[in-house]
Ligand binder design. Structure first.
Ligand code: GLV
Ligand code: MN
Ligand code: MN
Length: 408
């Protein structure tokens, strides 16, 4: 069976990781910043070197295409994202894009043509950290979000997606095109594969998510003279809500998860009772009905906490997508490919969101997971073994070739 070049894949990842490199060995490549632009430019440069044709669409998604031999055959795409969390790792997203490129380079070296065109996609703003929502580029591409609404989304400094795209020169014109299949390779970002000493995760689907922006309004007042029983302490209310989010996630079934990852306290002065808190809530579940029940519970608790603390709590849902399932025939292909290549493998559900979640709505889609050290991701210390990354890329190569079909 054809194999990719493990050293070249690793080197591409390390070279890409120099862009936005952080002191602790991670990357900070927030979407649509100049650092993201540099990462995109390097990817485009490598794609051109590999003879690929580049197109960019209006939300800044990049498609690098290798022509097929059969007129009218739908392209088979592979990809992921180049943006990172504020203190992200070298592999989250980058691996899927570099693995796609490595597949193409391997085919070039072997002089193999495919009947269907092959594309490597780099989706804009998968992380949803600088701009909400998450999976922004693939969401627009799949018709989940309206382009004009998304272009108007603003970051915390008031810069819109439209402005940021123009600033980095990635506001393109390409229109969406039909795809025959979509594959995404990714590190697991959790502990299961490493703990079970398994090389390949055959991803069945991903948890659904509901994200909220929360504003807790109380009243600024003096920390000394204001009696405890007359305070309207927004941070106290927010803190109780944080505890309830954790309680919800630890008491509901079906892979329930709950996180408060962002908080802004105003005025943030040690001797002022805080009058306002802005925070986020991220709820996840494998069953849509349970996810909805978790959100309903959160809303009820917000009402009672607000009452008890004499504050107002406003919840605005900013992301919702139900749990997703990938295409059974492609998932079977990932399983069979892992077996044929001699890699240990197990079925797994993704706790993280991926562009594949939205691509699954418009094309048969599957994902390949590989282990990461300690299951740690969204962290600068994120790490993975070159041999595991190569194994995942070999599986990707083989499942992709099955769909794109080698030209005689
Ligand atoms: C994507 O990074 C997620 O939050 O699942
Ligand atoms: Mn990712
Ligand atoms: Mn991520």
């Amino acid at each position: 069976m054809l194999q990719i070049n493990a050293d070249r894949l690793w080197q591409s990842l390390m070279d890409l990781a120099k862009i936005g490199a952080t002191e602790k060995g991670g990357v900070r490549r927030l979407t649509l910043t100049d650092v993201d632009r540099q990462g995109r430019d390097l990817f485009v440069h490598w794609c051109k070197e590999a003879g690929l044709h580049i197109e960019v669409d209006a939300i800044g998604n990049i498609f690098a295409r290798r022509a097929g031999t059969e007129a009218g055959a739908l392209p088979v795409a592979m990809g992921s994202h180049l943006d990172s969390q504020p203190s992200g790792g070298k592999f989250d997203g980058a691996y899927g894009v570099m693995a796609g490129l490595e597949v193409v380079r391997t085919l070039n070296d072997a002089g193999i043509r495919t009947r269907a065109p092959i594309e490597v996609a780099a989706w804009t703003n998968e992380e949803g950290s600088r701009f909400v929502p998450t999976m922004m580029g693939s969401g627009v591409y799949a018709g989940v979000h309206r382009l004009d609404e998304i272009l108007n989304q603003k970051d915390i400094d008031g810069t819109s997606v439209r402005e940021a795209l123009q600033q980095i020169g990635y506001a393109g014109k390409a229109l969406p095109h039909k795809l025959g299949a979509y594959f995404e390779a990714h590190i697991e970002q959790g502990p299961v594969l490493e703990q079970t000493k398994t090389t390949i995760g055959v991803v069945l689907g991903a948890l659904g998510q509901r994200w909220f922006d929360v504003v807790v309004a109380g009243q600024d007042s003096h920390a000394g003279p204001t009696p405890m029983d007359t305070r309207r302490d927004a941070l106290l209310a927010a803190s109780r809500l944080v505890l309830e989010v954790n309680r919800i996630a630890t008491t509901f079934p079906d892979y329930a998860r709950g996180t408060v990852g962002f908080m802004l306290v105003k005025p943030n002065s040690r001797n002022v009772v805080p009058g306002e808190v802005r925070m986020t809530v991220d709820l996840r579940n494998a069953k849509d009905a349970t996810l909805t029940a978790m959100a309903d519970k959160l809303k009820d608790l917000a009402i009672s906490i607000a009452k008890e603390t004499r504050t107002e709590i406003a919840l605005k849902e900013v992301v919702y997508f139900p749990p997703s399932e990938f295409a059974p025939e492609l998932v079977d292909g990932v399983r069979a490919g892992s077996k044929a290549l001699g890699y240990s493998h197990r079925d797994i559900v993704s706790g993280a969101a991926h562009d594949a979640v939205y691509m699954a709505r418009i094309a048969p889609t599957a994902m390949v997971f590989v282990p990461c050290e300690g299951g740690i991701s969204h962290n600068e210390i994120e790490n993975a073994k070159a041999e595991d990354l190569a194994a995942g890329c070999n599986v990707l190569l083989n499942v992709m070739l099955e769909k794109a079909r080698i030209a005689k």
